[in-house]
Design a protein around this ligand. Structure first.
Ligand code: BGC
Length: 246
């Protein structure tokens, strides 16, 4: 199936048509920078521009950085608070003039990695973390997906994502070693709770995994995401395909 995958992030919204049988982009991605916080209506307009760019007439999948139940957004830690309570499925479907399926961004990224990337053919317990503006998280067992919000676990009195996201490393000017050690403590806590056999680290920073994986102590097999930053687009498309079939 050909699906337009759209990934909404803290600093940009990007999309590309995806072949869901291979996980490949069918055209170069289109990216719109969002240096200022966009309101839900403005974000939907930006998504509409992505649809128009590709003259898209097919199904659309969207990944959003917050809790999504059905088509409704329940949290928005790093984007405009007006997203909270917003019926995003309706808003984005109208803006794109197409039916839209929406899910959490990390859940989408996880789908892509489990189907085509670092977790393919793995049926045991897997945890994927995306390290970017925030921390996204999703669990898999025997291929079933469970979106979760582990970036908001408390660490020294604050949300873990304030201390160990990729943005936190840059903001605080931490060395790879300092950051890697913090990450190790965080991963250790998650390990004690979930005992994953495989941990996949995604987000742009996973391209530099050789700088910080050495500081992370874990019982699980620790691997970088294979899609790096593109998993969100591919996974959003996979989500829309799944929704159509269910
Ligand atoms: C949000 C998650 C999201 C993650 C990565 C967190 O702040 O609560 O839903 O997956 O950031 O974007």
């Amino acid at each position: 199936m050909r699906v337009l995958g759209i990934d909404i992030g803290g600093s940009a919204i990007k999309g590309a048509p995806v072949d869901t049988a291979t996980g490949r982009h069918l055209a170069g991605r289109f990216r719109i920078e969002t240096p200022l916080q966009l309101s839900p209506v403005e974000m939907a307009e930006a998504a509409g521009m992505i649809g128009a760019h590709f003259r898209w007439r097919g199904p659309v999948g969207i990944g959003f950085p917050g809790v999504v139940h059905g088509g409704t957004i329940l949290t928005s830690a790093n984007l405009d608070k007006k997203f909270i309570g917003c019926d995003a499925q309706e808003l984005f479907s109208k803006a794109l003039g197409r039916p839209v399926a929406i899910t959490n961004d990390a859940a989408a990224a996880g789908l892509a990695e489990m189907k085509f990337g670092a977790g393919r053919r793995f049926a045991g317990k897997a945890l994927m973390l995306t390290l970017g503006t925030g921390i996204g998280s999703v669990l898999f067992f025997r291929g079933a997906l469970f979106p979760c919000e582990l970036g908001h676990l408390q660490m020294d009195g604050r949300d873990a994502e304030r201390r160990v996201s990729a943005a936190a490393r840059r903001r605080k000017g931490l060395t790879w070693k300092q950051w890697g050690r913090r990450l190790s403590l965080y991963v250790g806590t998650l390990e004690d709770l979930f005992w994953p056999e495989l941990i996949i680290i995604g987000g742009g920073v996973s391209a530099k995994h050789d700088r910080f994986f050495k500081y992370i102590t874990t019982r699980a097999r620790l691997v970088p995401a294979e899609f790096l930053n593109e998993a969100g687009i591919v996974g959003a498309a996979l989500w829309a395909e799944q929704e159509r079939r269910s």
